[in-house]
Design a protein around this ligand. Sequence first.
Ligand SMILES: [Zn+2]
Length: 384
Amino acid sequence: MVTEEELLAAVKEDSVAKLLQKVIQIESTNPPGNEINLARWLADYFVKVGVEAELLEYEGKHANLVVRLQESGKGPALIFSAHMDTVPAGEVPWVFPPFSGTLHEGKIYGRGAADMKSGLAAMTEAAVILAQSEISLGGDLIVAFTYDETHGLQGAKRLVENGYLEGAGAVLVSEPSSLDVFIAEKGALWLKCRAKGKTAHTSMPQLGQNAILEMAHFLHRVEESLDLSAVPHPLLSKPTFTVGTIRGGVTINVIPDACEAELDIRLVPGMDHQKVVQWVRELGEGRVEVEILDWKKPVESDPKAGIVNLSLQAVEEVTSLPRQPKGVSYYTDGSVIANSLQIPMVIIGPGDTGMTHQPNECVEVSRLVQAVKIYLLIATRYLK
Ligand SMILES: [Zn+2]
């Protein structure tokens, strides 16, 4: 019988650090989302160490990667969830090039170091250690690496629709949490708003109707009067509203006849997103059209769920710090997976939440190693 001590002793800093450096070096920026190169490399990596991996390619440039460690099937399966895409490196120059994976003073630098190639590398390492050990478990471990998490969660949607995650009883997501235990996330409602006007020469504005001004007044009304005053959620606090883009006008001396803006509204569990859309429409007073671009449901796990307790315990054991379940305002693949399969979600990742999408993104190697150990403990205990 393999003991937990033996599994933890198999975790090698050098191995997981090198793996993270490599996956940072394979660029998978979204857009355009060429996750396929990283997915192919990971599939080869699993096969080389004797683990079967299923590469699912889409539209020539996207891919999901699924590894299912088949066990006795007596118990529910556990999903290890990570996404392969990253946001772009941005315009600001980095201290170390963003796709170098430089190791400097105990930290690895690069786009995705925190969000979330560190989580992906730690989950890969943990899955390989489990596969290579003689341990026998009651439920399957499903490694589910997706594309397009940073935008539309398309990869996760495809995995759910095609039945790859069937039999799962819980999902563990390795998004950045600074090794905290998040059990709730906000939902994201994305709206496109269109104001229409009437074009005219700017020397005779009385003949036109300015769509940009219409939009400006509308956005002001939304900011002032959109009622997001839901009772603050104990883990997620309050909903938020932001304007992400605005476009309108062709040139300085023509009254613009169209203006578009995109709104990002983050809701807490229990709020009715249709009601919020209704409010926004009413604030348009019939002159601004409101279209739903996307709706990612919030997630809230039962704090008493087995996976939550196991996770808190594993993190405390490995980090020697007491932990409380918390919530997070970003969305994850968990929005699709946990809501579609009706299973609890836990987010634990080695990345720092404050590092997400920042220049000079990095992760501490010591945290990366701790994450591998935490994933091993959670998997062996949950899948017992
Ligand atoms: Zn992420």
